[in-house]
Write a protein that binds this ligand. Structure first.
Ligand code: ADP
Ligand code: MG
Length: 254
């Protein structure tokens, strides 16, 4: 399959590099460019729960495209290059830093479990946390000292990741507010390009964010993200589509 982007440049899917839980990465003829293919597969609780969400790949590819473009327009360096088809994103190849950088505006999920903070507790300032991206170890919470001891990032890189996470949070919060959605928390992945620059990579989507609909205060009804799948709340695909629709409505306003 041939994909076209950037007018005269062409990329073609080559060898499968990696199949993850939600996406497949393909090589291209250019070692600096890879293709990320978005699947409908959904997993939760460190892949103990597995399923499919109808058209999730298509919706997440579109959502991630809009959000990465929005961030790029505000000066955040990202891996995104082009979205030439429904499920495929052409991105700069990076060496992923195996950290899940999590930003939390309201308490939810593992934070509530581990600290006893009630669901929805407002966190001011927002928390920026680092987890080790390692399924075998269950993605454990790290400290600055552990990150350094494990040689995952140096002091300056940890500072830079923290600054970027904060900036991205401010930009995304403002945007989701316009969509009448509360950005509860989200996970980011960063990587280093061939020049050693830190780029925002992977995806930002209802798989990787907690998003609450401001139109209702009902604790189940308001959930517009993967918690619908985790907690068997039903209407999972519909919630993902609703997030995309609200994003598109804002983008079309411009
Ligand atoms: P996982 O199950 O490991 O989370 P995914 O299904 O999310 O995997 O597939 C995406 C994989 O590709 C992840 O391991 C992610 O870290 C990696 N990745 C994301 N963006 C890039 C990129 N620009 N270059 C190289 N690898 C990337
Ligand atoms: Mg992933």
């Amino acid at each position: 399959m041939k994909l076209f982007f950037g007018g005269d440049r062409m990329v073609e899917r080559q060898a499968k590099l990696y199949e993850g839980k939600a996406k497949i990465l393909y090589a291209t003829a250019d070692p600096n460019i890879v293709i990320s293919y978005f699947k409908d597969d959904a997993t939760a609780f460190n892949a103990q729960k597995r399923g499919q969400i109808a058209d999730k790949g298509v919706v997440n590819c579109k959502v991630a495209t809009h959000l990465l473009q929005l961030l790029a327009a505000q000066g955040v360096k990202t891996h995104w290059l082009e979205t030439p088809s429904d499920r495929e994103m052409v991105v700069r190849a990076v060496n992923i830093i195996p950290l899940e950088v999590v930003v939390r505006n309201l308490a939810a999920g593992s934070l509530c479990k581990q600290t006893g903070l009630p669901l929805g507790t407002v966190l001011t300032p927002p928390l920026v946390e680092f987890y080790y991206k390692n399924d075998d170890l269950g993605d454990p919470l790290l400290t600055r000292d552990r990150i350094r001891a494990m040689n995952l990032a140096d002091e300056a890189q940890i500072d830079e990741l923290t600054r970027l996470a904060g900036k991205i949070n401010t930009l995304l919060q403002t945007f989701f507010q316009r969509c009448q959605i509360t950005l509860v928390d989200f996970k980011l992945e960063f990587g280093l390009d061939s020049a050693g620059q830190i780029l925002l990579a992977d995806e930002i989507s209802p798989d990787t964010c907690r998003l609450w609909d401001q139109a209702t205060s009902d604790q189940a009804e308001r959930v517009l993200d993967k918690d619908r799948f985790r907690q068997d709340l039903g209407n999972v695909a519909e919630a993902y589509q609703e997030v995309l629709n609200r994003i598109l409505a804002q983008v079309n306003l411009k």
